[in-house]
Design a protein around this ligand. Structure first.
Ligand code: ADP
Length: 150
């Protein structure tokens, strides 16, 4: 069973995340979209709301599961028997940040991180910009799945 964890804040899930997830479906038997809970971070949506957006977006996709976790991502992976971490790369800044984390995670646990490169159509999308637009009552319908709009 090839199980991957896609860890992130998903505050909220965007079409950028959806693109990475859909393209990863053929690579794994199961992908757990896992919301990492960091007590020091301020979020716009509760973990339950964020999980509900994900659940509704992928309601027709049996390979996609969602969960939330606290603590180290590698510990969570071991707990649920996942041997891969999935991440998306948008730009050189993502690469620099992700490189150190992926190398550390592999050293700590042997877990391999699989990176998918963002699609040209969604590379500019980020949850933080979506939150800014929402705070100012703007329209995010071209940036997030319909389940978030509702
Ligand atoms: P985190 O707080 O871990 O950065 P995010 O929810 O912002 O959580 O992102 C989770 C993952 O999704 C990261 O690997 C990030 O690079 C990726 N990602 C976010 N937006 C996009 C996008 N538009 N295209 C590709 N990957 C993306």
């Amino acid at each position: 069973m090839k199980r991957a964890v896609f860890p992130g804040s998903f505050d909220p899930i965007t079409l950028g995340h959806v693109d990475i997830i859909k393209r990863a479906i053929p690579l794994f038997d199961e992908i757990v979209i896992a919301i990492g809970i960091n007590a020091d971070k301020k979020y716009m949506f509760s973990p339950e709301q964020r999980q509900e957006f994900i659940r509704q977006t992928f309601s027709n996709e049996p390979k996609i599961k969602t969960a939330s976790y606290k603590g180290l991502t590698v510990d969570y992976c071991k707990k649920i028997d996942a041997t891969f971490i999935l991440r998306g790369l948008r730009n050189p800044a993502d690469f620099e940040f992700e490189k150190a984390i992926a190398q550390t995670n592999r050293k700590l646990s042997g877990i391999e991180t699989v990176f998918l490169l963002t699609s040209a159509e969604t590379s500019f999308i980020s949850s933080s910009i979506v939150r800014d637009i929402l705070r100012n009552n703007g329209d995010v319908s071209v940036l997030v799945p319909n389940t978030v709009i509702k």
